[in-house]
Design a protein around this ligand. Structure first.
Ligand code: NAD
Length: 320
């Protein structure tokens, strides 16, 4: 019997790259629908197919799903964040969990810097204005990025690349990361409160964990200078969306650039009403180059583990 690999969902047009890697290795691929099913439905499919490996993009691989697959040897995340996988349950059942930690460092950092520039230069705002028939250069309230301070929450792989790119624009950079001691030349480590009070632009790059859920709260946003920008390219749950809507409504924030939402894929109507909101549908990771790399490397981890080899990016640890 061939080993079975279950691809739960995918955020690209088809499963061709994964299929090529898995079938070339002599394994069988069963693919779910592109859009993620519910955790219960995933559990049902695991029970039905009894896979040796699961590859998941957004779909939740719960403790129950892991327990429903006694043959399971690996859950491979086709992405970076592990918040949709019950890592501790997998670890306790000797199931390897992997991710592809560095496939989209360029893309996500470009997205963060792109949002900052779109705000300082009014690119999204004026595009909407001109298309609505308004040609109003005198209404411009644009900013000079080199005079501003950017505060980065979480200073890991992607954040360091964002900081490197922002440095080219000569803005001030402060960071908050409880696990970092040496942020590097020209970058200041601060407390979270100080970061909010000093920053014109706050960029969220930390992972979603119990300790970062709603870390960007009403209280923290109130510490910011009036008229600033919040950028979140990490995970929706880190930001309290109601607090952001209220800050946009009052004008305390002039912009919120969000690639991720706690309610995604549903978008709160109150957020859509805010002209200061710049929204993208969780695509910061995506590019022609990053997707090919992600899919190939994610599937190769599965092949390695099913052949009894060590994975390149094991993640069987308690998340910070
Ligand atoms: P990373 O693990 O290299 O860095 C995360 C950093 O956050 C680490 O330095 C860690 O110490 C820090 N951190 C942990 N807890 C913190 C806390 N309470 N406060 C402040 N900092 C804290 O991860 P990365 O590759 O830089 O990715 C960061 C996150 O970006 C991922 O967890 C993922 O959720 C998200 N992401 C989003 C997209 C997208 O398309 N929008 C794509 C890739 C990754």
């Amino acid at each position: 019997m061939k080993n079975t690999v279950f691809l739960t969902d995918y955020a690209w047009p088809n499963d061709s790259v994964e299929r090529q890697v898995i079938e070339n290795a002599g394994f069988r691929l069963v693919t779910g629908p592109a859009d993620p099913l519910s955790a219960g439905e995933i559990e049902g499919l695991v029970r039905e197919h009894q896979p040796d490996a699961i590859m998941t993009c957004w779909a939740r691989v719960s403790s129950e799903a892991i327990a429903a697959g006694p043959n399971l040897r690996i859950v491979a995340r086709l992405g970076v964040g592990l918040d949709n996988i019950a890592v501790e349950t997998a670890t306790s059942r000797n199931v390897v969990v992997t991710n592809v930690p560095d496939y989209c460092v360029e893309e996500v950092s470009d997205h963060a810097v792109g949002f900052a520039l779109a705000w300082t230069r009014g690119l999204v705002h004026f595009d909407r204005e001109v298309k609505a028939g308004r040609w109003g250069p005198s209404s411009a309230k644009l900013r000079r990025l080199s005079t501003l301070t950017c505060g980065i929450i979480g200073f890991g792989r992607i954040a360091r690349m964002t900081a490197r790119k922002l440095a080219a624009f000569k803005c001030g950079i402060v960071v908050h990361d409880p696990y970092v001691k040496e942020p590097g030349e020209g970058i200041e480590l601060t407390s979270l409160d100080e970061l909010f009070s000093r920053s014109d632009i706050v960029i969220v790059h930390s992972p979603l964990t119990d300790s970062t859920h709603h870390l960007v709260s009403r209280e923290k946003l109130s510490l910011m200078k009036p008229g600033g920008l919040l950028i979140n390219v990490s995970r929706g749950g880190i930001v309290d969306t109601d607090a952001v809507v209220q800050a946009l409504r009052s004008g305390h924030l002039s912009g919120a650039a969000l690639d991720v939402l706690e309610s995604e894929p549903s978008v709160p109507p109150e957020l859509l009403e805010q002209s200061g909101a710049m929204l993208t549908p969780h695509v910061a990771f995506s590019s022609d180059a990053s997707l090919i790399e992600l899919r190939r490397r994610g599937a190769e981890e599965v092949v390695r583990v099913l052949r009894g080899e060590a994975p390149q990016n094991p993640c069987n640890r308690t998340t910070k």
